[in-house]
Design a protein around this ligand. Sequence first.
Ligand SMILES: *[C@@H]1O[C@H](CO)[C@@H](O)[C@H](O)[C@H]1NC(C)=O
Ligand SMILES: *[C@@H]1O[C@H](CO)[C@@H](O)[C@H](O)[C@H]1NC(C)=O
Ligand SMILES: *[C@@H]1O[C@H](CO)[C@@H](O)[C@H](O)[C@H]1NC(C)=O
Ligand SMILES: CC(=O)N[C@H]1CO[C@H](CO)[C@@H](O)[C@@H]1O
Length: 383
Amino acid sequence: MTPRALLLYPVIGIWLAITFQFVYPILKSWGVGRAVQEVGNGRCEVVAELQACEKIVLHKATGSLYLACSTRSSRIHWTPATSHLNASGASQDDYVAVYDPASGNQRRLVVENFGSSRGLSLHGMDVVPSSSDPSVLYVYLVSHRKPLNGRAEKVGADSVIEIFKATVGGGNLVHLHTVEDPVILTPNDIVGSSDGLSFYFTNDQGSKTGLARELEKIGLAATSVGYCHVHEGCKIAMDRMPRNNGIVAAANGTVYVANCVFGEVRVLQTQEDHTLRLVEIISVDRPMDNLSMDEEGHIWASGFPKVLEFAMKAFTNLSARIPSSALRISSIESEGGRTYRVDKVFEDSGKIASGSTSVAYDSQRNRLFIHGITAPHLTVCEL
Ligand SMILES: *[C@@H]1O[C@H](CO)[C@@H](O)[C@H](O)[C@H]1NC(C)=O
Ligand SMILES: *[C@@H]1O[C@H](CO)[C@@H](O)[C@H](O)[C@H]1NC(C)=O
Ligand SMILES: *[C@@H]1O[C@H](CO)[C@@H](O)[C@H](O)[C@H]1NC(C)=O
Ligand SMILES: CC(=O)N[C@H]1CO[C@H](CO)[C@@H](O)[C@@H]1O
């Protein structure tokens, strides 16, 4: 062996050590070696009629739950967020449902005044009571339409935001606006305003298709938050963010965005011009998805105990049981400044809640709601 070859061993050793140091915490947060515990899953029931509901939003005044639902069989063909772009398998009649946990009643809202023949293919949603009349609700929907021109695998989805109006206890969804803009590139989740006219949303990728999306998987920070006003158009509120997914806003204008690959929540402050300023980053032990906020101001996140299992099975094996968890993030103020506490409030192997991507908590009535993009049912638990 030449002296030069001998020199290679320590070099390789150092390289491996450095790589391991970076890679091990990532694998750990993705759930490698993590034992799934049973937490908070003892008093739950399931609602089997409501399937593949990607986003759930609690109407705090009545305790009713609004759900943006689809069919499990279409999700595995058409979910642009995960590059499932078989347009002939897309559902065009996804629906918003309302579920009343007190009576067990659930119904689909009937769409009215919607001239578009391109249908609804649902994903993120927000439901916001009107500031002038709380019996009116504005419903903001991310809809991934099939492209009019070109193959979807090549050009991606032609995604828009649809704004509807509903009334508390009513059965209809009356169409108000379709918002189309190049800034609405790969919309995922949305927070709407209480006048039905403006919203913030996350773009969960930096491009609709292609190689650049693969680079994002290994760390390229290319996702963004956009802001749109029906009369003033859209703009990027913050760009070059890593793996944006869920978004939620507090009444005081603080916006929270989840990173769905590395466990982080970004705390952002809205500015006069509707751009966002980064305040701080909360670290969490696992990747998270859709976010919501309860009346107490706690953030609720759907956390992936085993994100690799979700990535490998959620869209390929509808009978697989995929572990799920719900995390509660509380802000604690003290003299030393603000800190955050993260509690794992629910965890399950997938028997009671499988492949969850969205959670919401009713703090008045102590009900935790759990659903997922390809999940077989809604899960409702008493904590
Ligand atoms: C696309 O979806 C259609 C309709 O569900 C299905 O028949 C077809 O097999 C799918 N193609 C692929 C490549 O999965
Ligand atoms: C904004 O509201 C949230 C939720 O109630 C709270 O946790 C946070 O501390 C508030 N932020 C500021 C800057 O007051
Ligand atoms: C799908 O998951 C079920 C339940 O875990 C398992 O029995 C089955 O073998 C899986 N199918 C495939 C094709 O992996
Ligand atoms: C509305 C929303 O944020 N949806 C995301 C929730 O989780 C799934 C799984 O990662 C994502 O694909 C969705 O984009």
